[in-house]
Design a protein around this ligand. Structure first.
Ligand code: EAX
Length: 326
């Protein structure tokens, strides 16, 4: 009997070991916004592409709406290795990778095409490489979109109108410095808390790309939307370096290709949301101010921009502004 039990035990152990070596490796990726969004499309596409390109050896489990926490929390989890992957805006990233701060400067990029060309070109690739010494593998850039302002107090037509407004901001030092420079009372907060904060009046307003505001149904809690286009908001594909190192060279390429496809789908959705956003908000009762004189906002930021030039290097800023190819 004993030897029979031993044999059964041995078979089970072998079976498990054998099963484990054939088993799929499951990795997790998360976003703070809902699945039906430009970020949801990004990670859904990534997951599908990874599975196809690795013949199902890698399975990417997708988490939405802050199910694994807000961006700062899951960026940290990826750095620590308790989570393998994340698709994050650059909101909290300067707290981990200070070199990326320059990308969060207001009115740096002329438009999305300019931003995409910079991120996909040498400047973007140089910045991706900087993530490594801060404990991340960055697979590529994605997009959150061009940010605009909403609030419940008054329509914003000019810089003076934002003075004294209490606005939720991302936990981003560059954004906060700029908004303070405009006289805004900044309230940094993780995204999963924003809807409730707007609903309860903890803050008067917030700023985000149209894609985020549509997906977050902010029309239910905001009266005025102004297309300030004050800053471009990149996303980045983050991976834990240990998880990356475990991939074969061919699988690493599969992950990079999957991220590229994810970004393609992500940017397409941003364009679609930008094209339909104004009509969406108007039809949901939000007053939309489409044309503001952006030059006046740039002028109002002169003092803050002088500081950014010192911090990031005027030549680095100029190199981005001069980038052709958009
Ligand atoms: O991915 O926190 C933010 O405002 C970001 O733009 C986004 O909503 C989270």
């Amino acid at each position: 009997m004993k030897s029979r039990n031993f044999l059964i035990g041995l078979c089970l152990a072998l079976g498990l070991a054998c099963g484990a070596s054939q088993a799929q490796t499951v990795m997790r990726i998360s976003i703070a916004t809902s699945q039906d969004s430009h970020q949801g499309v990004a990670i859904d596409t990534f997951a599908r592409e990874v599975e196809q390109r690795t013949q199902g050896r890698y399975v990417i489990k997708t988490f939405y709406s802050g199910a694994l926490g807000g961006e700062r929390e899951y960026d940290e989890a990826v750095q620590l290795g308790t989570q393998e992957l994340a698709f994050s805006t650059t909101g909290p990233i300067p707290n981990f990778v200070p070199e990326t701060k320059i990308l969060d400067m207001p009115f740096l990029f002329r438009d999305k095409a300019h931003a995409r060309a910079v991120l996909d070109g040498p400047i973007g690739q140089e910045l991706l490489a900087k993530f490594e010494k801060h404990g991340f593998k960055a697979l590529g850039w994605g997009e959150n979109g061009v940010r605009h302002m909403t609030n419940n107090v008054r329509p914003i037509n000019q810089p003076a109108d934002v003075k004294g407004l209490k606005m939720r901001t991302m936990e981003n030092p560059v954004h906060m410095a700029a908004f303070k420079g405009l006289g805004i009372i900044t309230t940094p907060m993780a995204f999963p808390e924003v809807f409730t904060a707007l609903q309860q009046g903890t803050v008067d307003g917030q700023e985000n790309p149209l894609s985020i505001m549509i997906a977050g149904k902010f029309d239910q809690v905001q009266k005025y939307l102004t297309l300030t286009g004050h800053v471009y908001s990149p996303c980045v594909w983050l991976m834990n370096p240990g998880a990356w190192a475990q991939l074969s060279a061919a699988d690493q390429q599969a992950f990079l290709d999957a991220a590229r496809e994810g970004t393609r789908a992500n940017r397409e959705r941003v364009d679609k949301d930008d094209a339909s956003g104004v009509a969406y908000f108007r039809s949901h009762g939000v007053q939309v101010i489409e044309n503001v004189d952006k030059g006046r906002f740039v002028d109002a930021l002169a003092r803050v921009n002088a500081q950014f030039e010192k911090d990031f290097g005027a030549e680095n800023i100029q190199r981005i502004r001069d980038h052709k190819g958009s």
